[in-house]
Write a protein that binds this ligand. Sequence first.
Ligand code: 5GP
Length: 190
Amino acid sequence: MEELIARIRKDGKALNSDVLMVDSFLNHLVDPMLMKKIGDEFASHFAKCGITRVATIESSGIAPAVMAALALNVPLLIMKKASSSILSDDVCLTTQVHSFTKNTDYMLMCKRQFLTPGENVLFIDDFLANGEAGFGAARLIEEAGCHVAGIGIVIEKSFQDGAKKLEKAGYEVYSLAKIAKLDNGVIEFA
Ligand code: 5GP
């Protein structure tokens, strides 16, 4: 998506060879017009997939995901990072996920009542690195008896292997910007 790539070139900051900061338009200060175009792009790509629900993980995925849900006219499910692992199995679905940015594990959870069996779910996230968040979300969706119809990513770091692993596992990954290399101050697109 040309406009997104231009914005990353203008405002993105490569902190080191692994991490890209885009907090001036995507996940801290948010540009709603850009989010609207991102949501429309996901909705148009997955238009024929019969999506009944969009899902994301709090909090960085919410802005693009809510716009995609709006464009597809379906609800958005926000999967929560639970502070406690003492969550009732009857009420909640949970799975452990490794956080790329914090290098710690967290429990990802959602209430069973919001992911009823048979939903066709589009998972959306701001970044794809090693695929831990994507696989975690897919585990919850499938454990609920639902289908992962696709994975929409705003920024894929193609030099990490998340996309390859998710595709190998059979998921369709659609990324709006693909980064081939990061270095201190340098952003190279794939
Ligand atoms: P993964 O689970 O694919 O390894 O990493 C994806 C998650 O880590 C995303 O939900 C995102 O919040 C975070 N993340 C991964 N790489 C970056 C990055 O370069 N910049 C930022 N801001 N977040 C990232």
